[in-house]
Design a protein around this ligand. Structure first.
Ligand code: SAH
Length: 365
C-alpha cells in the first residue's frame, strides 16, 4: 500500500503527483502528517517563487448582482440585502490609497452586472487608474461572466489579470449549486476568452461544498492545470444564512475546523502540483480561524488580498456569514497584516506587481 512517505520520496526524486496521490494527501487527517504536507508545500513555494508575499488591495465596488448562485449572500434573490455601487471618486480614492501605500496591485470585484452602463463605468475607471498610476498599479478584475467584447475593452483600458472561479470543475455539482440558466459551459467559454485575450488567468473553487467529494477536489486541481491557470484563488465554502444552500450544513460551526484543514490541504497540494502559479490565501480562511491566512501562506500560498473597500460598504458585501474585518479601516488592516506576515518570516513585496511567475515564464519561453 502506498504511504505518505512513499509519495514524498517520489516527489523528492522528481516525479509529480498522480491523481491518486492527490486524493491520498487531501484525505490525511493525522496532525503531524498534515504539518509535514504543509511544510513540504512551503518548501516548494520558497524554492520556486521565493518568500515574498504580494498584496492585492481588493475594492468590492458593488453588490448589485444579476446571478442567483445558491451559496452566495449577494445573490439577486436575497431581497433583504440593500444594494450599492461605489462612486467613481470612492473607487479612485481607494486605488490611490493602494498606490500610496505601495501595494503593487489592486482587485476590482463586484457582483455580476452586464449592463452597458456598468461596462462603460468600469472602462472609464480603468483608464483613470492607468493614468494616475502611470500604469504602475497592477489591476485584476473579478466581475464575473461578460462577453468577449467587454473583456477586450476592459483589457485595453488597463486590466491585465482576471479572476473567474469555476467554483467546481464537476459539472453535475455545478448544476446543483446554481439555477438552470447558470451554465457551466458559459463559464468555460469565458475562461477561454480571457486566456486568448492574454489576461493573466485566475480561477479557483470553493472547498468543502455540500455534495463535493475528495475526487472532485483532486479533479479541480487537474482542471487548473488543464486550462493552464496562472493564478488560483480558492477558499472554504462558508454558509450564508440567507441562501438556499444554508440548510445543507445546519451545524456549520461544528465543521469549521474540517473546512479549514481541507482548504489548507488544497493549497498545499495545488502548490506541489503546479509549483510556480500565484495562489491566494483568501479572507474566507480567516473567518474560520483568526490566523487562517497566515496558515494559508505557510501551506504554500503567496498572495494576500487586504480589503481596501470603504468601511461603510463592507457589511453589504457579505458573500458568507462572519466575514472578518468589517469594521477595520484600510490602514489598520495593513498594519495588522504587516505584523502577521513578518511573524512568519516572510517579506511583503511592496511596490511590486508580483505577476504570476508561471505567466512570465510562459511568455519568455
Ligand atoms: N461576481 C464575481 C465575483 C464576486 S463573488 C464572480 O462571479 O466571479 C467572488 C467569489 O466568492 C465567488 O467566485 C465564490 O467562489 C465566492 N463565494 C460566494 N459565496 C461564498 C460562500 N458562501 N462561501 C465561500 N465563498 C463564497
Amino acid at each position: 500500500m502506498r504511504t505518505f512517505a512513499n509519495i514524498l520520496d517520489d516527489l523528492s526524486s522528481g516525479s509529480n503527483l498522480s491523481s491518486d496521490d492527490m486524493k491520498f494527501l487531501l484525505s490525511i487527517t493525522n496532525k503531524s502528517e498534515m504539518q509535514e504536507l504543509f511544510d513540504y508545500a512551503y518548501g516548494i513555494k520558497s524554492s520556486n517563487i521565493g518568500k515574498t508575499v504580494y498584496f492585492r488591495g481588493i475594492i468590492e465596488l458593488s453588490n448589485v448582482c444579476e446571478k442567483d448562485c445558491y451559496y452566495c449572500g449577494i445573490r439577486n434573490g436575497n431581497k433583504a440585502q440593500e444594494r450599492y455601487l461605489m462612486t467613481e471618486e470612492e473607487i479612485l480614492n481607494a486605488a490611490e490609497w493602494a498606490l500610496k501605500n505601495k501595494y503593487g496591485s489592486i482587485v476590482l470585484q463586484a457582483g455580476e452586472n452586464t449592463s452597458g452602463h456598468f461596462i462603460d463605468f468600469i472602462e472609464m475607471i480603468l483608464k483613470k487608474i492607468k493614468k494616475f498610476s502611470d500604469g504602475r498599479l497592477g489591476v485584476t478584475l473579478s466581475l464575473g461572466e461578460q462577453n468577449k467584447d467587454t473583456y477586450r475593452r476592459w483589457m485595453h483600458a488597463g486590466a491585465h489579470r482576471y479572476l473567474l472561479r469555476i467554483e467546481t470543475s464537476n459539472e453535475k455539482l455545478y448544476r446543483k449549486l446554481h439555477p438552470e440558466n447558470h451554465l457551466y459551459s458559459a463559464r468555460l467559454k469565458c475562461l477561454d476568452y480571457l486566456k486568448k485575450l492574454g489576461f493573466q488567468l485566475g480561477t479557483g473553487v470553493m472547498i468543502g461544498l455540500p455534495y463535493q467529494t475528495i475526487d472532485d477536489l483532486a479533479n479541480d486541481i487537474i482542471f487548473f492545470r488543464k486550462i493552464d491557470a496562472d493564478m488560483i484563488g480558492m477558499g472554504p465554502y462558508i454558509v450564508h444564512k440567507e441562501t438556499p444552500l444554508a440548510d445543507s450544513f445546519p451545524n456549520f460551526d461544528k465543521i469549521k475546523e474540517y473546512q479549514l484543514n481541507l482548504s489548507l490541504k488544497m493549497i498545499a497540494v495545488t502548490r506541489i502540483y503546479l509549483k510556480d502559479v500565484n495562489i491566494a490565501s483568501t479572507t474566507a480562511l480567516q473567518s474560520l480561524n483568526p490566523t487562517g491566512r497566515e496558515m494559508g501562506l505557510l501551506a504554500g500560498a503567496n498572495i494576500i488580498m487586504p480589503n481596501i473597500t470603504d468601511t461603510k460598504y463592507r457589511s453589504s458585501y457579505q458573500l458568507y456569514d462572519d466575514k472578518p474585518c468589517l469594521d477595520e479601516n484600510s490602514s489598520l488592516c495593513k498594519s495588522c497584516l504587516e505584523r502577521r506576515i513578518s511573524s512568519i518570516g516572510e517579506t511583503i513585496g511592496y511596490d511590486e506587481r508580483g505577476d504570476s511567475k508561471h505567466f512570465t515564464r510562459k511568455k519568455h519561453r
